[in-house]
Ligand binder design. Structure first.
Ligand SMILES: [Zn+2]
Length: 166
């Protein structure tokens, strides 16, 4: 997942006036002090997390920016006008080089630290794994050995595993 630069909105992006905190819709938000109408609503960014299931198990990957030993499911920003299930298929292709089919919704999770709305899917994927420049390692965990971890993507894995048990 590439980085997004989060602007501070100290100045209005429409008219350039300073912003000030205002109480709007029961929230404290930065709004234009020149009353041009701009409000920074600080809406969450939709991010898709993908539980990629191959015949050998679920693919966990290490992002180049992460501390050593940290592995997770792949994630990606939703492109303009893209449906999140399409993001799941696309990211599986881009990051792992796998062809994914039938993206099934697992659930929605909040990544509060980054104000991201995580939309988690599970896909079945085929092919030979070829990680892209965003990743530098991967491992395939047999489903029976997979466990969730703290945080939104780990919660998605836990919820997905629960759907497999009858
Ligand atoms: Zn303004």
């Amino acid at each position: 997942m590439s980085h997004h630069i989060t602007p501070s909105y100290d100045f209005c992006p429409h008219c350039g006036a300073a912003t000030q905190m205002q109480h709007i819709d029961n929230q404290d938000l930065k709004a234009c002090s020149a009353q041009c109408g701009f409000v920074h609503f600080n809406n969450p960014t939709p991010v898709v997390a993908v539980i990629v299931e191959t015949e050998e198990g679920v693919v966990l990957a290490h992002n180049v920016a992460w501390p050593p030993g940290m592995f997770s499911v792949i994630t990606g920003f939703v492109d303009a006008y893209e449906l999140p299930e399409q993001t799941a298929i696309r990211e599986t292709q881009e990051e792992l080089g796998l062809v994914a089919t039938e993206a099934k919704l697992v659930g929605h999770y909040m990544f509060k630290q980054k104000n991201q709305l995580i939309i988690a899917y599970a896909v079945k994927a085929q092919g030979e794994i070829q990680i892209n420049h965003e990743l530098d390692a991967f491992k395939v965990i047999p489903t029976e050995k997979l466990k969730g971890w703290p945080g939104p993507t780990g919660a998605a894995v836990t919820d997905w595993l629960a759907t497999l048990v009858n």
